[in-house]
Design a protein around this ligand. Structure first.
Ligand SMILES: Nc1ncnc2c1ncn2[C@@H]1O[C@H](COP(=O)(O)OP(=O)(O)O)[C@@H](O)[C@H]1O
Ligand SMILES: [Mg+2]
Length: 253
């Protein structure tokens, strides 16, 4: 079993990386073997995994220098493995497009994919070729969403893209669900938008709400997940609950 899950939303700052990292850590805490792939040139997930300093090889080296994919895999401080991101990915993005190498990533992952129960892919805040590569590989996509006006902007574009590549039989990707992030239920607008989401997308919305919790924002500076940093915090508990909900959704079907 290897469930490949892309975390995507073209909007920046909606909690993609926080979700990717804490979900990877939560799944690893349940003894599942997890690979996190950081596809963002900003490399935030790489920082949060505590390997920024020694992350010297990634998919860029695999593409341009034939570095083996195994040599791109690092051990995080949270028990999951990670293929780091970094600014070289900007050049990789251009190369995949120019060389017509769509699907490069799914081919690259083949030799190692069976080593994992879950592969979580953190994507950049644009619908560029790196994000498409991630969507190609994935069997499911999770969309983090902040409950604000305009939060749905761009999401329909993402949903259409996923549908298009699935219809063309290029991938079996389907939307696993929408995760409401940075929720503050004292805020009336957040509550309204959250209710609207439930009405409009029904079963696509995960029941678990991720609260706004400063511990989740502090954890990356320590190179660990919120789960490890403050296991009893609301944020950590919410991500553990989300992992449970995800497991029920994808393993018991
Ligand atoms: N639930 C949360 N509570 C508090 N801060 C959060 C939460 N989720 C994310 N953040 C913070 O918000 C910012 C954007 O989150 P991030 O996960 O990096 O979003 P994205 O990857 O979509 O750009 C970061 O500084 C992060 O630490
Ligand atoms: Mg990010």
């Amino acid at each position: 079993m290897n469930k490949v899950i892309a975390i995507a939303n073209q909007k920046g700052g909606v909690g993609k990386t926080t979700t990717a990292v804490n979900l990877a850590a939560s799944l690893a805490a349940t003894k599942r073997k997890v690979l996190l792939i950081d596809l963002d040139p900003q490399g935030n997930a790489t920082t949060a995994a505590g390997i920024k300093e020694n992350a010297t090889t990634n998919l860029y080296n695999h593409y341009f220098e034939n570095t083996s994919i195994e040599d791109c895999v690092y051990e995080s401080s949270d028990g999951y493995k990670i293929i780091p991101g970094g600014e070289e990915l900007i050049a990789l993005e251009i190369a995949i497009r120019n060389d017509n190498k769509q699907g490069f990533m799914s081919k690259s992952l083949e030799p190692i994919s069976q080593n994992y129960d879950y592969t979580i892919i953190d994507t950049p805040p644009t619908l560029n070729q790196l994000t498409i590569e991630g969507l190609f590989c994935a069997s499911g996509t999770l969309i983090p969403l902040q409950c604000e006006y305009y939060s749905l902007e761009g999401v329909t574009g993402l949903m259409n893209t996923i549908e298009t590549i699935s219809n063309k039989n290029m991938s079996s990707n389907r939307i696993l669900g929408i995760v409401r992030t940075m929720v503050d239920m004292r805020n009336n607008l957040a509550k309204e938008v959250s209710d609207e989401l439930e009405k409009h997308f029904e079963s696509l919305v995960f029941n678990t709400l991720i609260p706004r919790n400063v511990k989740l924002a502090e954890a990356p500076s320590h190179g660990i997940s919120g789960i490890k940093y403050k296991p009893d915090s609301y944020g950590a508990r919410a991500y553990l609950a989300l992992a449970g909900e995800l497991i029920r959704k994808v393993e018991y079907v």
